[in-house]
Design a protein around this ligand. Sequence first.
Ligand SMILES: *[C@@H]1O[C@H](CO)[C@@H](O)[C@H](O)[C@H]1NC(C)=O
Ligand SMILES: *[C@@H]1O[C@H](CO)[C@@H](O)[C@H](O)[C@H]1NC(C)=O
Ligand SMILES: *[C@@H]1O[C@H](CO)[C@@H](O)[C@H](O)[C@H]1NC(C)=O
Ligand SMILES: *[C@@H]1O[C@H](CO)[C@@H](O)[C@H](O)[C@H]1NC(C)=O
Ligand SMILES: *[C@@H]1O[C@H](CO)[C@@H](O)[C@H](O)[C@H]1NC(C)=O
Length: 323
Amino acid sequence: MGLLLQSLSMLILLMWFFWLPAPRAQSTPGSSRSPARALDARLQDFAYRAFVHPKTGIPYDGTVPTDLAGIKIAAMRLRSGSLYRKGVSMYKEFKIPIGVTTSPYVRRLVLVYQNLGNRSMEYYALRDYTYLTPVLGLLAYNASNLSATDLPELNITATGDSISINFVDVQPVPDGAVAKCVWFDLHGNPNFSNVASGNTCLTIQQGHFSIVVYSSAPPPTSISPTPSAGTPNAGPGPSGGGKKNNSKAWIIVGSVLGGLGLLVLLTFLVLWVQKYKHEKKMQQMERAAEGGEALHMTTVGNTKAPAATVTRTQPVLESEYAP
Ligand SMILES: *[C@@H]1O[C@H](CO)[C@@H](O)[C@H](O)[C@H]1NC(C)=O
Ligand SMILES: *[C@@H]1O[C@H](CO)[C@@H](O)[C@H](O)[C@H]1NC(C)=O
Ligand SMILES: *[C@@H]1O[C@H](CO)[C@@H](O)[C@H](O)[C@H]1NC(C)=O
Ligand SMILES: *[C@@H]1O[C@H](CO)[C@@H](O)[C@H](O)[C@H]1NC(C)=O
Ligand SMILES: *[C@@H]1O[C@H](CO)[C@@H](O)[C@H](O)[C@H]1NC(C)=O
């Protein structure tokens, strides 16, 4: 009974150990820094490096390290008063109207522009949707210290007209599909809205933006989820979301199965060690019973009783003390 309880508690402990970290890392992207957030921080750093003697209101193109090849960045420094009163008529694909505020308030801010290019899918994988344009980002930071890194984003809010994003080089919308604007907030949560006329999306705040179409479920013939199932009908351009999601699913299934296998193996090991210990203990007890450490027996009347070989206080006659 004790053995069973012990191994059961061991099992629960092991399960806790194996199962807890995986779902936690999956469900809350905000708890630890997600790849997209880490990218934002790196791009802020590299965009700021484009400033040498920056003039306000002029966009400066930055360069990214080789491991981020395919991504384009730019940075523009502005006084927040001028941003509010004048807006920015054109900053890459973004048109910023008058009435945009920042919170918390800073005197000067930097607007960092990101074009994730062929890396869009990598950082903003969107299940069941196909990107028709690269993901663009617009994020605001404190401009007081241009060598600062790991800066928190400022909230920018359009209080009047919306900020518009005029996408160029949009891939043709597949027949029967409806293009949608997608906006990712800083936690990576997507929100969809309708495309305004002429490949334009509207927003009232910062984040990441693109145009997508809902890609219908894979054809019913390919029921078995082989990793190569989605590729034949994938069109040109930044598609193939199904494939990526598929391989992701397989990795999860694989690690869960692997974890389970390990769990079973460890349980067997624990049980075996317990059994071995138990047997060894039994053997020791048997050996002891067979007379290795037998107690000295002494006869008291008709019965045998154990007696110690050494007595701490030798019995003395009371009379010896008597005066
Ligand atoms: C993206 O494009 C750049 C060139 O524009 C290339 O160097 C890079 O390898 C590409 N990355 C991926 C993931 O396709
Ligand atoms: C902006 O940066 C400056 C200098 O680093 C700092 O003094 C100021 O408090 C910052 N402002 C905000 C709103 O974080
Ligand atoms: C600006 O930031 C850098 C890097 O964090 C820091 O070393 C420097 O002291 C800062 N300067 C000011 C004036 O706060
Ligand atoms: C920015 O806005 C978000 C929600 O829109 C809010 O949760 C957050 O506290 C704001 N941050 C600041 C610094 O105002
Ligand atoms: C995002 O979309 C959801 C549902 O589509 C909606 O409830 C929510 O208010 C939206 N969030 C924002 C900030 O627009």
